[in-house]
Design a protein around this ligand. Structure first.
Ligand SMILES: Cc1cc2nc3c(=O)[nH]c(=O)nc-3n(C[C@H](O)[C@H](O)[C@H](O)COP(=O)(O)OP(=O)(O)OC[C@H]3O[C@@H](n4cnc5c(N)ncnc54)[C@H](O)[C@@H]3O)c2cc1C
Length: 176
């Protein structure tokens, strides 16, 4: 590797403040459930793929959602989806943000883009002691599920970062 590429050198990370200055004005109409905070928009503009990390660390990430909603109830989610339809807004659901294949990349489009983060939609809805069937809201993450069940059912079984940070809405993808 050294013979081919020569001496490697560490590149400085792109400064956060510079990133925040570059986040464009939001194209979304105002809504009480939606934040247009630049840091929140940057945080929801990427997953964990190598291109995502290069984009973040080199400052080349250049597409950001116009706003981020963090609903806590199913009524909030319905309200946001109805509102998005009314205003022709593209919605990107955001679970734990661990996608490694560019799922969360904001499309190049003239339409405004809303990230709907399910991070706060994260409670246990029900547990059936007989059948041992537990039902959770879609944004709950591995450790929170284990806390609710008082058992280590996920983070022992799947010893990956994704078991800690990805959401129930996506667990079906990782428990194969
Ligand atoms: C270190 C590491 C290891 C990994 N190992 C594995 C592995 O072994 N197997 C594997 O399959 N994956 C793996 N992944 C990838 C990733 O963790 C999984 O795909 C995970 O299921 C994504 O869940 P998330 O909640 O973070 O989804 P996000 O990254 O937030 O979203 C992924 C996609 O799902 C959509 N989405 C999110 N929530 C919902 C919802 N409730 N309803 C509808 N759409 C939704 C988003 O819009 C996006 O398109 C790994 C990732 C990392 C960083």
């Amino acid at each position: 590797m050294y013979d081919t590429l020569g001496q490697g050198h560490r590149r400085e990370d792109y400064p956060l403040q510079e990133f925040l200055k570059r986040i464009p004005q939001s194209r979304l109409p105002r809504h009480p459930l939606i934040s247009i905070d630049p840091k929140l928009r940057l945080d929801h503009a990427h997953g964990q793929s190598l291109p995502d990390w290069i984009g973040l660390r080199w400052g080349t990430l250049n597409r950001f959602p116009d706003g981020v909603a963090q609903p806590t109830t199913v009524e909030d989610i319905r309200e946001l989806l109805d509102w998005a339809r009314r205003w022709d807004v593209i919605v990107i659901p955001y679970g734990g943000g661990t996608s490694v294949v560019g799922h969360l990349k904001v499309p190049m489009t003239d339409r405004p883009v809303l990230s709907v983060s399910l991070e706060r939609y994260n409670r246990m809805i029900d547990i059936e002691p007989e059948s041992r069937l537990a039902t959770f809201e879609a944004g709950i993450r591995g450790p929170q599920i284990e806390h609710n069940l008082n058992a280590r059912v996920l983070t022992d079984a799947i010893n990956y970062y994704c078991a800690f940070a990805s959401s129930t809405g996506n667990f079906k993808a990782i428990i194969y």
